[in-house]
Ligand binder design. Structure first.
Ligand SMILES: Nc1ncnc2c1ncn2[C@@H]1O[C@H](COP(=O)(O)OP(=O)(O)O)[C@@H](O)[C@H]1O
Ligand SMILES: [Mg+2]
Length: 157
């Protein structure tokens, strides 16, 4: 997979797009999310977590910065730790370190889902995907979702 552009008409569709996207994820992968508040980053992540049979409550860790869920599924015989990270409140590199982001994001035995990835200052491993969610036209519920794999990111950066 390289670049994929998908349209979503409502919350449920974004959830389903996230769920389908999760099928391609492997242990160690990181997904960097971009898009304004309310675009549906967390909704997409809820779909990913559903695919991995997460039973914990999935919500944006805006104040706690990092949530860890217990996932499971066919890519591992063991539990699959899923880190849901929200960097909205992060202002500099020192804070990234303090909250444990720099330790976590390079870990190989988990999946990392990062909202407000622009605040990570490019501290990302190679095996990453990028998901960008934008408003589509003036209709309030329509979204354009662009999904890039690492091969493509290295071409455009
Ligand atoms: N197409 C859509 N996809 C996702 N969410 C949508 C869509 N249309 C409307 N919404 C609404 O937008 C909000 C998205 O919230 P959330 O996923 O928390 O956004 P973010 O994490 O990007 O801030 C929800 O209240 C949801 O009901
Ligand atoms: Mg969110």
């Amino acid at each position: 997979m390289k670049k994929q552009i998908v349209k979503s008409s409502n919350q449920k569709e974004t959830f389903e797009i996230g769920r389908n996207f999760a099928e391609g994820l492997e242990l160690g992968d990181t997904v960097a999310f971009f898009g304004d508040l309310g675009m549906g980053k967390t909704e997409f992540i809820k779909g990913i977590c559903d695919y991995f049979r997460v039973e914990d409550l999935v919500t944006s860790p805006t104040y706690t910065i990092m949530n860890r869920y217990n996932g499971s599924g066919k890519i591992s015989n063991h539990d699959i730790p899923i880190y849901h990270i929200d960097l909205y409140r992060i202002e500099n590199e020192d804070e990234l370190d303090e909250v444990g982001f720099l330790d976590c994001v390079y870990e190989n035995n988990s999946i990392k889902l990062v909202e407000w990835a622009e605040n990570a200052n490019n501290n990302f491993p190679k095996n990453k995907y990028m998901v960008k969610i934008m408003q589509d036209s003036s209709e309030p519920d329509k979204r354009i979702i662009e999904i890039y794999s690492q091969e493509l990111i290295s071409e455009i950066v």
